[in-house]
Design a protein around this ligand. Structure first.
Ligand SMILES: O=C[C@H](O)COP(=O)(O)O
Length: 347
């Protein structure tokens, strides 16, 4: 293969189907010059996970390595320019992208075996966007976890709604992180405001729980959010920053954490935060990450919104740049949960 026929991996759209395909470099030039936005959107948002962006680079350079003649190794100025542009593009993707939309369904303390069967049947029959676009996790009560896990379509994962703060033992009524890991439950919700308020879970206790769950290989949906009084007092950012800091103080990596911003006044009340209100706090949390943890954690950590999300308000919320998904309560028990998952397509 000569340098002039080097090929690259780019994203192409076929209706709603996004695939990766190999194209001649000449087409790539055309694409880069004329279709840059489409490639950025498709490769970055639809397909462009960090790993796939890396593939783009590797394959592009790999075209030269396949060369059989010495002249093929004489990489032209324009080749270098392309490689440079791809590096820049990939760096851009690394900083801006890689936050796959996340939709969690928190069933809370609801359901009978019959209800669970119905919800699972609805989810199994639903037409969902591809797993390249959205990550879906449902969180049934402990007693239904294994049934739901075994009966649900494999692309939907499960989460526990809580776990014990440290290694299991003489803690009547508790479920340990290692038990969840042993059952193959990948996710756990921690720090939900209902537990903070009703069971007096403090910021520090939640931080300890998150750290222990991560140490056992679980991924964590960590919840933060202010009460109505705190919002009215103008302390929203102070409150959510303190809750986030208590977690940050106990963990060394945010790789396996999704942060759920759930204003307490919006939970189960039908009073959803406006898209602007949600965006303001999400952007504030991202800024907090940048100033207190790192630019990378700020760019890559998913911050999802929870509180009266429904089929009718989800698209507008999903349209906000820093809203990376939802943690849904009541509506996750209903067929409209499918519509909420589909809001990922707005991104
Ligand atoms: O965990 C989910 C949140 O508490 C939101 O619940 P909700 O959608 O019923 O308001």
């Amino acid at each position: 293969m000569s340098p002039t026929t080097s090929i690259a991996l780019v994203a192409r759209s076929q209706g709603n189907i996004y695939t990766l395909s190999f194209v001649p470099k000449s087409h790539l030039f055309y694409c880069y010059a004329s279709d840059q936005q489409a490639i950025a959107k498709e490769a970055g948002r639809r397909i462009g996970t960090v790993r796939e962006q890396a593939c783009t680079l590797i394959f592009f350079i790999g075209g030269h390595k396949d060369a059989s003649t010495v002249s093929a190794w004489a990489v032209s100025v324009i080749d270098f320019a392309f490689i440079f542009l791809f590096v820049c593009k990939s760096c851009f993707f690394l900083s801006e992208m890689g936050r796959k939309f996340f939709v969690g369904g928190n069933w809370k303390c609801n359901g009978t075996t019959e209800d669970v069967k119905k919800i699972v049947a609805t989810l199994n029959a639903g037409e969902l966007p591809s797993t390249d676009i959205v990550e879906v996790v449902v969180s049934p009560p402990f007693v239904f976890l294994t049934t739901v896990k075994s009966e649900l379509r494999p692309e939907i994962q499960v989460a526990a709604q809580n776990c014990w703060v440290k290694k299991g033992g003489a803690f009547t009524g508790e479920v340990s992180a290692e038990m969840l890991a042993n059952l193959g439950v990948p996710w756990v919700i921690l720090g939900h405001s209902e537990r903070r308020a009703l069971l007096s879970e403090t910021n520090e206790f939640v931080g300890d729980k998150v750290a222990y769950a991560l140490s056992q290989g679980l991924k964590v949906i960590a919840c933060v959010g202010e009460t109505l009084e705190q919002r009215e007092a103008g302390t929203t950012m102070e409150v959510v920053a303190a809750q986030t800091k208590a977690i940050a103080d106990k963990i060394s990596s945010w790789d396996n954490v999704v942060l759920a911003y759930e204003p307490v006044w919006a939970i189960g009340t039908g009073k959803v935060a406006s898209p602007a209100q949600a965006q303001e706090v999400h952007a504030g949390l991202r800024k907090w990450f940048e100033e207190n943890i790192s630019a990378e954690v700020s760019a890559t950590t998913r911050i999802i919104y929870g509180g009266s999300v429904s089929g009718s308000n989800c698209k507008e919320l999903a349209g906000q740049p820093d809203v990376d998904g939802f943690l849904v309560g009541g509506a996750s028990l209903k067929p409209e949960f499918i519509d909420i998952i589909k809001a990922a397509e707005v991104k």
